[in-house]
Design a protein around this ligand. Structure first.
Ligand SMILES: [Zn+2]
Length: 181
């Protein structure tokens, strides 16, 4: 993808469909009453609750929400895929950082479920729930990890949850998320 200019159609940046404000220099400042901005506040509160109930967890990966897809493109002035992932890191008491991961080139093969998240998340799950089956696992350049589980015959991949305890569940054909750049 070109990093140069040449994106047409957004002369004034991204426009919020709720409050009508436009991004300026990759910052979108919503109207204080904007529902989109309030939805992002709800996401932040949701992450806070998630970490409050998991005092040992320092990382959470989850699918991007509709409100974040509205918020985050303002960093890039472009649309963000709904198959993007948010990595939330606890960096201090009550302080968290959100990082955006977008679909990359590699895809989850047929017949396989991928769990995607921070290595410490896998460690916590194994501590609390026992060892996961032996799988293909790959450490990714981003510092996150994917573990691939072969689906038993007759098990439908679409029956799996979207995310589990801070890991995102990738179905066959889903792209492996890579850091937004
Ligand atoms: Zn708005």
């Amino acid at each position: 993808m070109s990093k140069k200019k040449g994106r047409s159609g957004h002369p004034g940046g991204i426009r919020c469909p709720d409050c009508g404000r436009r991004s300026v220099r990759q910052q979108l400042v919503h109207d204080p009453t904007c529902p989109a901005a309030q939805a992002v506040e709800a996401i932040v509160a949701g992450d806070a609750d998630w970490f409050a109930s998991r005092p040992d967890a320092e990382h959470r990966c989850r699918w991007i929400t509709a409100a974040e897809r509205m918020e985050m493109p303002t960093m890039a002035d472009r649309e963000i895929s709904e198959k993007s992932v948010i990595h939330v890191a606890r960096i201090g008491p009550g302080v968290r950082a959100r990082s955006l991961y977008v679909p990359g080139e590699d895809r989850i093969p047929a017949g396989v479920i991928g769990l995607f998240g921070h290595p410490s998340t896998f460690t916590l799950i194994e501590r609390d729930k026992g060892a996961l089956p032996r799988t293909r696992r790959a450490a990714l350049p981003s510092g996150l990890q994917v573990q691939m589980f072969t689906l038993p015959a007759g098990v439908n991949a679409s029956g799996f949850l979207a995310d589990v305890d801070g890991l995102v569940v990738l179905l066959p054909g889903d792209a492996l998320p890579v850091p937004f750049a």
